[in-house]
Design a protein around this ligand. Structure first.
Ligand SMILES: [Mg+2]
Length: 253
C-alpha cells in the first residue's frame, strides 16, 4: 500500500537531487530510479538524544532525580550490551520517566531548537527532496514531529515509536505492536516498507549500520557531526562530518 502511494507521489513531483543515474538495464519504473535517504534522528538530525532530554526535563523536580537518572542510564547500558532486549530496555525506561503529554510537547519544542547546524544550513535540500526522505528512529514520534515540520518531512515518512498516554495525559507506556519498539526495529521496519529505489542510510549508531549489514539498504553513511563512534565509522561506505557532505555524496553519481 505504501509503495503504491509513494509511486503516485513520485509521478507528481520530480525531486532533482535524489534522482539516480539512468538504469543500465532498462525496464525500471521511475520509483526504482530514485535514491531515498533514510535518516536517523538522535545525534544525527538533532544534536541530542531526545529520550535523555525528556528524562532530564521530566525528572527535574523529582525528589529521587539522581537515583532515577542513574537507573535510566544503567538500563540503557544493559540494552546496549545486549543483557536485556531493546523492548525491555525501552519499556523500563519509559516507566521511570513519569511525565505527561504536556511535558512531552514542551520537550519536543525544545528539541527542534537543537537541529544539527549543517542540517539547518541545508533546509532547501530537505524541502526539495521531501518525498524521498524518511526519518527512522528508535525514539518517539511525539518528540520528532516539530523538528520534522521544520524540515518539511511528511508525518507519514517518520518511522518511530508511539507513546501511550492515559485519559489524563499521563505517559504510561510504549506501543509494543510498533515494529520500532521491537528487536532489530530499523531493519524489520525497512524490510516491511520495501521501498523502491536506491536506499541510503545516514546515522551515527550501530543500529543504523545494521540496516546495511542486513541488506535492507544499499549504502550506509556514518554521520559524525555530533558523535563519532569508531566501530560505526569503520563499517561505513562513506563518512560525512556534516550534511553538506551527505548531499555531495548523494548527488555525485
Ligand atoms: Mg542516532
Amino acid at each position: 500500500m505504501f509503495n503504491k502511494y509513494y509511486s503516485t507521489i513520485f509521478i507528481i513531483h520530480t525531486p532533482s537531487a535524489l534522482r539516480a543515474s539512468p538504469p543500465q538495464g532498462g525496464g525500471e519504473g521511475r520509483g526504482k530510479n530514485m535514491k531515498k535517504l533514510i535518516i536517523d534522528f538522535d545525534s544525527t538530525l538533532v544534536k541530542v538524544e531526545a529520550l535523555d532530554e525528556l528524562a532530564e526535563r521530566a525528572l527535574v523536580e523529582h525528589r529521587d532525580r539522581d537515583a532515577l537518572v542513574t537507573e535510566i542510564k544503567k538500563i540503557t547500558e544493559l540494552g546496549m550490551n545486549g543483557e536485556i532486549s531493546f523492548p525491555e530496555s525501552l519499556s523500563r525506561r519509559i516507566k521511570l520517566i513519569q511525565t505527561t503529554r504536556e511535558v512531552v510537547a514542551e520537550v519536543a519544542d525544545c528539541i527542534k531548537e537543537k537541529i544539527s547546524y549543517s542540517v539547518l544550513n541545508n533546509l532547501d535540500f530537505f524541502k526539495e527532496n521531501k518525498d524521498n526522505i524518511f526519518i527512522i528512529s528508535g525514539g518517539f514520534k511525539d518528540l520528532i514531529f516539530p523538528t520534522a515540520e521544520i524540515l518539511g518531512i511528511h508525518p507519514a515518512n517518520i518511522l518511530a515509536n508511539d507513546f501511550i498516554f492515559d485519559n489524563e495525559g499521563n505517559l504510561i507506556g510504549v506501543d509494543n505492536d510498533n515494529l520500532m519498539a521491537q528487536e532489530n526495529g530499523k531493519v524489520n521496519q525497512l524490510k516491511i516498507l520495501n521501498l523502491e529505489g536506491e536506499l541510503i542510510m545516514v546515522g551515527d549508531g550501530w543500529t543504523d549500520y545494521q540496516t546495511k549489514e542486513f541488506g535492507v539498504v544499499d549504502k550506509f553513511i556514518a554521520y559524525t557531526e555530533n558523535v563519532s563512534r569508531e566501530t560505526v565509522v569503520k563499517k561505513a561506505d562513506v563518512v560525512a562530518k556534516d550534511f553538506k557532505e551527505v548531499i555531495e555524496f548523494v548527488t555525485s553519481y
